[in-house]
Design a protein around this ligand. Structure first.
Ligand SMILES: C[S@@+](CC[C@H](N)C(=O)[O-])C[C@H]1O[C@@H](n2cnc3c(N)ncnc32)[C@H](O)[C@@H]1O
Length: 630
């Protein structure tokens, strides 16, 4: 038995290879299309028969760069997410994540660990107003480009620029940014998951079209109009714009004939919709309204005489019948459900109690500001957390996201993601709603460390990037929740683990010819010098598709630090001196936990040949056969 070494470029060191995954799916469906490991397109065409579009002119939506953008979504990332405990809150217990980085790379890195795990995604991407910044992917080296743009490498002066209308590729640039991200986002959604996307009129039709393509036309649910303003702008050229759109697609809707699709949760009823209900007889079941007790159809048996408490006799109106039998009527009278008017001499009517009608309200496609807040409210909320300072432009109001969370699901323990998280409103809304209903919703925020303007209040106060503002907003919102509800907030997860996008921790083995000798020397030390054991640990979690919030225990065994991930699912030791005693300790720990499957990962250069062989032998005696080195 030997230990298989994980190297750069391996399946394992790259994020999920989506092309390979697609081929695998096709292979499962049509094994005959594969010849010598490659797809025979002619055979695939035959298999699909008439369903292939071969005409030159057909209905489609395209733009400059679409193919490359699609390919980009299918290319794995060579980056990693490095943990940053110093900036995190409640590192050991929280299940929430705050990831700093370009969301394209981050979405790629999360493909394995969070595939089909996210119930709801809310995003509020740049609207492409001509003044906002639209991230430009660099297909050759997206990660290098990111590090350069965000000032994390030595190169000078590269500024993040706005996408202006004078740019000949104005809409294409925006579409090229959105398209691969939405493809990757869809993979993360659960089969009964749903995505909500905020936009204004600048790109709404384009979003709708790529949304139809990526999620399927059948899965379009609604375009919600949100009244973001309440004061008319009389200086507008034509109309005073009062609304934004929130486009909603389900991963699978119930329209698509699949019962497993997203089912909307009704909104809680409010006292407002109890209008028309009253309680003139002080019924302990609360307010009620009444409906007629007669129906158009029935039998002669339903034409009986009803005598009111005052002694007045009633029959159904001409051509109608009582809607209940005589026996049923008696039981309704006994239960005080028949109303004969205040004086007891009216025509009998059936009482319907507010507390007993449909449990909730179906949301409308127009959301007014009274119901879900407006732009100013969002601004005010952030300001109030930062001592009255407006550090962030255009945050959404918490009530807006709260409504989206409420209609997402009746169960309150799902995973929510926002990968254009800005000031962190989604995280705030999740914490707030969990506080209100004792829910266990978890959130993942992704935000670019976009530089703040040097002249802005935020920059002067020390917030050099938007992600710094976002993290601090979540910390401050959590603090406020805790101060205002010391008892109730006790069981609520108000923390988050911070991760930052960076180059992989593992040295590249890319066959570079220039400095081969040095390269070969480096390659014996596969882990980059400036990286910690924890950096590598989380890279391994991503590669194996494990949740970044899994519990991780640490133990010193024979002088070496060993991590136990997910109660014995993986043991990892990245020390420089690994001995057979370490393997023995891992074996005993595994025996104690008795996991279903168990893997062990060591640092390759941490062994001598003899120790390696002995350690393998020891692990085998404990039934551990999957051992890898890095
Ligand atoms: C309109 S704001 C979101 C505001 C947010 N909904 C709130 O309530 O605070 C859009 C955010 O997306 C961020 N962003 C733009 N491109 C990004 C990218 N490629 N990766 C991650 N974040 C990005 C911007 O920095 C900006 O903060």
């Amino acid at each position: 038995m030997t230990i298989e070494k994980i190297q750069q470029g391996d399946q394992l060191t790259m994020s999920k290879d989506i092309v390979a995954d697609n081929i695998e799916k096709l292979k499962q469906l049509f094994p005959e299309i594969l010849t010598e490991g490659k797809i025979d397109f002619k055979v695939l065409k035959q298999v699909l028969g008439e369903e292939i579009e071969e005409e030159e002119e057909y209905y489609r939506f395209t733009w400059a760069g679409k193919n490359r953008a699609r390919q980009e979504a299918h290319k794995p990332s060579t980056g990693t997410l490095r943990p940053c405990k110093e900036e995190s809150v409640d590192w050991d217990s929280t299940k929430n994540l705050y990831i700093e980085g370009d969301n394209l790379e981050v979405l790629k890195l999360l493909q394995k660990s969070y595939a089909k795990k996210v119930k709801m995604i809310y995003i509020d991407p740049p609207y492409n107003t001509g003044k906002d910044f639209v991230y430009k992917d660099n297909y050759k080296d997206n990660l290098g480009n990111y590090l350069e743009l965000t000032g994390q490498t030595d190169s000078e002066g590269n500024k993040l620029t706005t996408n202006t209308e004078s740019d000949g590729r104005y809409h294409s640039n925006w579409l090229n940014m959105m398209y691969p991200r939405l493809i990757l986002a869809r993979n993360l959604l659960k089969e009964d998951g749903v995505i909500f996307i905020s936009l204004d009129d600048n790109e709404i039709e384009n979003l709708k079209k790529i949304g139809n393509e990526i999620f399927g036309e059948d899965n379009f649910v609604a375009n919600i109009i949100w009244q973001k303003k309440f004061a008319r702008a009389n200086d507008a050229t034509y109309f005073s714009t009062m609304h934004d759109n929130i486009v909603c697609f389900a991963k699978q809707s119930i329209n698509s004939n699949k019962n497993s699709g997203w089912k909307l949760n009704l909104l809680p009823r409010t006292l407002d919709d109890a209008k028309g209900y009253s309680n003139p007889d002080n019924d302990p079941r609360g307010v009620w309204t009444s409906v007629v007790l007669s129906a158009k159809s029935g039998s002669d048996k339903l034409k009986y005489k009803i005598i009111s408490p005052s002694g007045r006799e009633s029959y159904p109106p001409d051509g109608r019948f009582w809607s209940v039998s005589e026996e049923k009527l008696q039981s309704l009278i006994d239960d005080n459900r028949i109303w004969f008017g205040r004086n007891g001499d009216g025509t009998p009517r059936l009482k319907t109690f507010y507390s007993e009608v449909q449990s909730g309200l179906r949301p409308n496609t127009i959301w007014f500001h009274e119901e879900v807040g407006h732009n100013q409210e969002g601004r005010q909320e952030v300001k109030s957390l930062f001592d009255g300072k407006g550090y962030f432009d255009g945050p959404k109001p918490v009530r807006l996201i709260d409504q989206i969370l409420k209609i997402t699901n009746s169960e309150n323990d799902f995973l929510v993601m926002d990968f254009f998280s800005g000031s962190g409103t989604t995280a705030h809304a999740v914490m707030q709603l969990n506080l209100e209903d004792g829910g266990k919703r978890r959130h993942i925020q992704v935000q670019l460390p976009e530089a703040t303007d040097e002249k802005s209040e935020a920059y002067i106060a020390g917030y050099k990037t938007i992600s710094q503002i976002g993290k601090d907003r979540i910390r401050r919102a959590a603090q406020k929740i805790l101060e205002e509800n010391p008892e109730k907030a006790k069981g609520i997860d108000l923390g988050f683990k911070v991760f930052k996008l960076d180059q992989s921790n593992i040295n590249a083995w890319d066959g570079e010819r220039d400095n081969l000798e040095q390269h070969l020397f480096n390659s014996t030390e596969s882990i980059k010098e400036d990286r910690t054991q924890e950096d590598v640990l989380y890279e391994i979690l991503l590669k194996y598709g494990l949740d970044l919030s899994l519990p991780i225990e640490e133990k010193i065994i024979a002088g070496a630090k060993v991590f136990n991930v997910g109660f014995g699912a993986i043991f990892i030791c990245l020390e420089d001196k690994i001995t057979k005693q370490v393997a023995q300790g891992i074996g005993e720990w595994k025996q104690e936990l008795n996991p279903e499957t168990c893997r062990v990962i060591f640092k390759d250069s941490g062994f001598t040949i003899v120790e390696k062989t002995n350690s393998l032998h020891t692990l085998r005696t404990f039934g551990i056969n999957e051992v890898r080195s890095i």
